[in-house]
Structure formats: structure tokens, C-alpha cells
Ligand binder design. Sequence first.
Ligand code: AMP
Ligand code: GLY
Length: 419
Amino acid sequence: MKILIVGGGGREHAIAWKLSQSPAQPELYCAPGNGGIGEIAKLVAIKATDIDGVCTFAVENKIDLVVVAPDDPLVAGMVDALEAKGIRAFGPSAAAARIEGSKVFSKELMKKYGIPTAKYETFSDPGAAIAYLEKSSYPTVIKAEGLALGKGVIIPQSFEEAKQAVQDIMEDKQFGDAGNRIVIEEFLTGREISVLAFTDGKTLLPMCSAQDHKRALDNDEGLNTGGMGAYSPSPIYDAAMERECMENIFLPTVEAMRKEGCPFKGVLYFGLMATKDGVKVIEYNARFGDPETQAVLPRLENDLLEIMDAIIDERLAETKLSFKTDAAACIIAASGGYPKDYKKGYPISGLENVEGAIVFHSGTAKEDGTFKTNGGRVLGVTAMGPTLREAVDKAYENVKKISFTDMHYRTDIGKHGVV
Ligand code: AMP
Ligand code: GLY
């Protein structure tokens, strides 16, 4: 059987790695993939956003299953297009992916179905937004409506900063049409938790919880990034909190999407904040999170292919998930300068010395037999252990064996989780 994975980062490497262990022994393809993924899958030179290209390749090569991993092709309708060609595809439809693709859609959904989230207002007129911000208390939160490469959330500390953000997003179109409308919402405080869940539109099975680290530098300083590391499980997400989330958030979301006529099939990502008034939704994503996936999938004991098939065929109720009790930690090694300007093409050394850890490639290319840096986030080193401390220590021990020019990683991944 042939599987094509769409995407080319650490998340896609983790998905490919997990699928490569399936008893069905699938032949893996990845578009466009990266150097590391190329070790376990055939790389196909098609962009992850090229819907026609992916459809044509899948038809011509008789692909049995296409796994669409990133947000942009999901929101643009890649799964719908594949299905229209008779190709089995894993991931939500464009209508369901609006839960990530439109902040206005997701906020209205939560309001309508009573799912706890920050209070908000929506604006399509910059003047009205500024008038509202003049009377707001600070910090507040401004979100561009559409996809903005993870950079569409601004937390202004003052009216001046807020006014500038409205100018950048709505007038100067910093994020293009993604900024035609904005959501201004209440600033929540508390601990953040990521929960990824499998759902076939009826049944929802949460995976083990995880914690992302979004800022570039230690102590959560520096710029927001795609994620500099993750660990699993989150120490504050206990059985009682999982019950609360199931009752108030997870199941109501699945139900809401069904009632709206766009049942969600795939991986639904809940970005949560444990506030003093209970757990609230910060954001939904319509896909596996990155780097969380690199900490969560190594703990999953089930065959991922079987789960994906059960979701597509809407028989997830028959599945029982099982996770290793060991904790997992993933440290991202990034290019110096990321998330701003950085250079590519530096050779990576020391990979052969890694022991007792998995190296997922986020941004690498293989040239003349050597892996070279080819992106902002370069590698994700995941290790497991009976305790989070042991997992973190083993991950760092291995990160230190790897080097490339200007390599940067945070030294405090997992620190908040080690109690
Ligand atoms: P997002 O891109 O939606 O994940 O937002 C990026 C980050 O902004 C989140 O991980 C939070 O740390 C922060 N954030 C988003 N919304 C809020 C909010 N309402 N209150 C406080 N922090 C928020
Ligand atoms: N780790 C956050 C995301 O995948 O969007």
C-alpha cells in the first residue's frame, strides 16, 4: 500500500516515522518532505500547497492514502479535492478546517455552543477597532482572522501598541487578506496545555497532553516561533482536568461542528489555558501540532495507520488508544537568527553519535550524502524516560552531540514540567 504525506517539517517526519512502523508496511512518499524524511520515504518535489500537483501525483501513482498534515492545504480544500478524484485522504474538509482558518468562525462557534473561551469582539473596520481599543484594558489580545504563519496573534501592552497592530494588520495588510477582519479578545492568564485528539466527527479520542514552548529564548523571552520544544505529558493535566475538558470543550466542539454541517474528521488540536475560572480554549488547529507531535507520537502505542483508516471510515468508536507511560521531551535545534533572518546550507555533524533518542528533521536537505540546514527550525531531538527529568536530560545529552554553524536551542525545555 502506498501513502503520500503532504508537508515537510518535523511533524511530517514524526508522522512518517510512526507510519513506517505500521504492520501494513506501507510504501511512503512525502511532498515535499526534507532530508531526514527522505531516509524513510520517497521525496516528491511538489509543494504542500499545490493541490493540483498533489491530486495528479496521487492519481498517477495510485496512492492509497494521502495524509494532509499542514494547515494551508487543509484550509484551501486539499482533502475535498482528493476525495473528488476518488483518493482516500486523511484530514478535515475545507469547511471543517475553518475552525483553524478563521478565528471569527471559531470564536462564533464557541460563543454559540457555550464552549469556554476568552470574551471577544470582531472588527472589519479599523476605525471601530481603534475606538474599542481606546477603552480597553491592557494587555489585550489582537488576532488576525486568517492564517498568518503563526504570527497573527499580537498582545499589545498599551493603546499605542494596539493602534500600531491594527494599522499593520488591517491597513498595511501585513498578513494579506488574513487581516481583513480581526478579533480583539480578553487577555487570559494561566498555564497553557496542548491536547491533540483524533476524531471521526462523532467519536473523539484525546491523545496524551503536551506543552509547547513558543518563544525563541530561555525563560519564554524573545520572539514567538513555530515552537522551540515540547514535552508530554503536561503535569497539570490530570484525570479531573481531562474530564472537565471532555465535558465542556472536546465533545461540545465535535458536536458543534456536526450541527453546523461540517463534521470534523482528522486531528483536532486544542490550545488550552487553565485559568482560575476553569480551562478555556485559546485556539483550535485543524491538524497535528508542531512540535507537540514530535513528543506525542513516540508515546502512542497504536498503529497510526489503523487509526487514520478508522477515522476516514467513521468507526473510531471501535478504537482504544494506548500511550507509553514514559514521558517524552523534544528539543528543537534552530538556525541562528530564527524566527527572523537566518542562513541555510550549513553541514550538520554528529547525527551518527545520537543514542537513545530520535532525531526528527524539520528543515534539512541531503546533499552529496551530507545533511545540511535548510530551514529556521532544523532538527527536533526527542527522548523518553520514566520521568520528565530523565527524558529532558537524555534529549539534551543528545542535542549536545549535534552541531552546525550558529545552531541555537533553548536550554530550559521542560523546566516548568519538572516538579
Ligand atoms: P495562537 O497563535 O492562537 O496559538 O496564539 C499564540 C499565543 O498567544 C498563545 O500560545 C498564547 O500564549 C497567546 N494567546 C493567545 N490568545 C490569548 C489570550 N486570549 N490570552 C492570553 N494569551 C493568549
Ligand atoms: N505548536 C503549535 C502549532 O502547531 O500550531
